[in-house]
Write a protein that binds this ligand. Sequence first.
Ligand SMILES: Nc1ncnc2c1ncn2[C@@H]1O[C@H](COP(=O)(O)OP(=O)(O)OP(=O)(O)O)[C@@H](O)[C@H]1O
Ligand SMILES: [Mg+2]
Length: 270
Amino acid sequence: MTALIAGHLHEADHEAGPPLLTLEGITFRYPERPVLTGVDFHIRAGERVAVVGPNGSGKSTLLRLMVGLHRPQAGRITAFGRPRGNEQDFRDMRRRVGLLFQDSDDQLFCPTVEEDVAFGPLNLGLTPEAAVARAHATLASLGLGGLAGRVTHRLSGGEKRLVALAAVLAMEPEVLLLDEPTNGLDTATEERLTAHLEALPQAMVFVSHDNRLLARMVTRAVLLHEGRLHAATMHSHPHTHAHLHIHAPGVPADHRHGDAPRDHRRANGD
Ligand SMILES: Nc1ncnc2c1ncn2[C@@H]1O[C@H](COP(=O)(O)OP(=O)(O)OP(=O)(O)O)[C@@H](O)[C@H]1O
Ligand SMILES: [Mg+2]
C-alpha cells in the first residue's frame, strides 16, 4: 500500500525538456464558491503526475481549466510553447491534450460506441472511413472490439468508462488528463487498463483516489489543498493487512490464500 503525504518539497522533477503544459497563478471561482487561489503546475514529456486531494477540493475543475472548458479569473496557461487564452487557442490545444472526464456521460453523447470513438478523429479531419478505422483499432487495443456496435447509453458504468477512454485515446493526444480512470472497474479490468496506460508514451496527469494505480504509474504527485497545489512526497511501506475476497460458492470458509496450487476461482477476478 502506498501512502501519499504532502508537505515536503520533494520535487522529483528531473525530466528533461520544456514543459508541455504550464499553469501560473491560476485563480478560479464558480459564482457561488472560490475553488482555486493561485495554482502553479507544469508537466513535461515523459512525466506522469498525480493530482490528489479530498472530494470537492477542485481536481476536476483544475483539469477542465487545463483544456479551456473553464476560464480562470486570473493566471496564465501555456501549452506547447504558446500562451492560451481564447477559444481558438484552446480548440487547437484540445487536439493535443485529451481529457477523460470524471463522469463518462459528459464524454459520450453519440448513439453508438463506434460513433462516439470516431467522433474525435473525425474532428481532427480524418475521413469518415479513416475515423471509423481508428475507432475500431482503438477499441480493439483496449479489448473492447465487441462493443463497437453497442448503443452507448445502454452500456454498463464500467463499459462506459472504458469506451470514454477509447474516445480520448483515439485522438492520439500528446498529453492525457485522466480524471478517475479506474472508477467503477473490476480488478481484472483495472489491471488490463493500467497495463495499457503503462505502455503508452504520453505525458499523463492522474486524478485518482486509487493508490494502487498511482503507486504503479506516477513519477511525482501534487496535492490540492485549500485552493493551491503543493508538491507531495510519495512513499510505500509494507503493511500487515487483511483483504476481502469474494468467491464463488463451494470454497471452504477457512481456506488460506497463497497456498499453491490454486484450487478455486475468485469471483472478483484478482
Ligand atoms: N459547475 C459548478 N458550479 C458550481 N460549483 C461547482 C461546479 N462544479 C463543481 N463545483 C464545486 O466546486 C468544488 C470543486 O469541485 P470539483 O468537482 O473540481 O472537485 P474534485 O476535487 O474533483 O472532487 P471529487 O474528488 O469529489 O471528484 C466543489 O465544492 C464543487 O461542489
Ligand atoms: Mg472530481
